[in-house]
Write a protein that binds this ligand. Structure first.
Ligand code: NI
Length: 189
């Protein structure tokens, strides 16, 4: 099934998500549904809080960006109970967007390299290093698990300028080709 996407302003996006264990009910189906939701909304990555589940799970499928960013080709992964153990290298500035903040793109500073530990969908443990665009996407999705959104990481000046836009988005003033949930709207289990 395709989940609606939780929009900026909803408190679930601000929670620190919790680890899950192997017997988390319906995990395989949830992962399949998250990919379906990701494809439906034409995103690159989706974190569980964005569908209203405050658990440490996110997915990435880089294929839509493969033409511009060759490293993203064929990159399709599930990250469970992830921990970013290192963020190093140069700070790079690049525009980002987010399914939870429709119609907004802003330049965000991120470290160039990350090291991340996580379990995949088969509960195999990984300890991996990424750089460049993948490191950026991973940091963006990982932030969702800690209740952080990319607009928290823009410059103080931009933050002030964005206030009105974000408030409008939180009230449903945006165009999106996918179903959404606003603050105050109920999330179905
Ligand atoms: Ni996002």
């Amino acid at each position: 099934m395709v989940y609606p996407i939780v929009i900026y302003g909803h408190p679930v996006l601000r929670k620190v998500a919790e680890d899950i264990d192997r017997d988390y009910p319906g995990l395989d189906q949830l992962i399949a549904d998250m990919f379906e939701t990701l494809y439906r909304s034409e995103g690159l990555g989706l974190a569980a809080p964005q569908i209203g589940k405050s658990i440490r799970l996110f997915i990435i499928d880089g294929e839509p960006l493969a033409e511009d960013e060759p490293e993203m080709a064929g990159f399709k992964k599930v990250f469970i109970n992830a921990r970013l153990t290192e963020r190093t290298g140069e700070i790079e500035l690049m525009a980002e967007g987010c399914l939870s903040i429709p119609n907004l793109r802003e330049e965000v500073k991120r470290e160039e390299h990350v090291r991340i530990t996580y379990y995949d969908e088969k509960w195999e443990f990984h300890d991996e290093v990424y750089q460049g665009y993948l490191a950026r996407v991973i940091q963006h999705e990982y932030d969702h698990l800690d209740g952080i959104l990319f607009t928290d990481r823009v410059s103080p000046l931009r933050k002030r300028l964005l206030k009105g836009k974000l408030s409008a988005i939180s009230k449903g003033k945006f165009e999106a080709d996918y179903n959404t949930i606003l603050a105050g709207q109920k999330i179905k289990a």
